[in-house]
Design a protein around this ligand. Structure first.
Ligand SMILES: O=P(O)(O)OC[C@H]1O[C@H](OP(=O)(O)OP(=O)(O)O)[C@H](O)[C@@H]1O
Length: 208
């Protein structure tokens, strides 16, 4: 079987509908997030879409903050290590954030990415964000208060993960995937150089 046939094709419609459904669940469980943290590049488009459905009439748009995380093979890795390392290419600018909030302390934070593959990236994002907020709180002589960290991914791959998400750090925050899928290559529409053919494949697979 060729690589092409192995891929799962996801259409823009499909991403949109997963975002809509996840937003409903978020609003009925943890309530409206104060800020969305988009993990670039794959988390950018889903973040913008989900914001549409999280916004309530007459209210301000939820700010989207971008962080850039990339996975690199860790050449010096031993057999007991994670095998891939996460590189920060962009991080939160707490100075700029201060225009919107006094800080992220006590806020309802939603982290968004397109795919949870080995979970390395989400684990890194959750742990590092928590740590930064905690350090910020300590500097201000505060505690973490009711800071909640939740996660939305368009797709979660059903496979053994290289890292687990620490529920304690999430503090009642939730994890939602639009759809759990087999451990196959996922073709997202924003990566396509032929969107019409891509969408046809997605429709044929029921991913529209
Ligand atoms: O669960 P994991 O195994 O950590 O993999 C998931 C991550 O991998 C991809 O990022 P990539 O580094 O390819 O960057 P991109 O989003 O810019 O494509 C994807 O966007 C996720 O962030």
């Amino acid at each position: 079987m060729s690589g092409e046939e192995e891929k799962i094709y996801i259409s823009y419609n499909c991403v949109h509908k997963h975002c809509q459904k996840a937003a409903e669940e978020i609003l009925t469980t943890i309530g409206k997030p104060d800020v969305i943290v988009a993990i670039g590049g794959g988390g950018f488009i889903p973040s913008r879409i989900i914001r549409t459905f999280l916004k309530q009439q007459g209210e301000k748009n939820i700010p989207i903050q971008a962080i850039g995380l990339s996975l690199y093979e860790d050449m010096g890795t031993g057999s007991d290590t994670i095998g891939k390392e996460v590189i920060r290419t962009q991080w939160l600018d707490f100075g700029a954030l201060a225009q919107h909030f006094d800080s992220l302390i006590g806020k309802n934070i939603l982290i968004v990415d397109e795919v949870d593959d080995t979970r390395t990236t989400l684990h890194y994002a959750l742990t590092e964000l928590y740590q930064d907020i905690k350090e910020n709180a300590e500097k201000l002589g505060k505690n973490m208060g009711d800071t909640k960290l939740s996660i939305f991914v368009v797709n979660n791959k059903l496979k053994p993960k290289r890292a687990e998400l620490n529920k304690e750090l999430m503090n009642g925050g939730i994890y939602i995937s639009g759809e759990d899928v087999d451990d196959k290559w996922i073709a997202y529409p924003w990566e396509s150089d032929d969107i019409d053919t891509h969408t046809k494949h997605a429709i044929a697979q029921g991913n529209n």
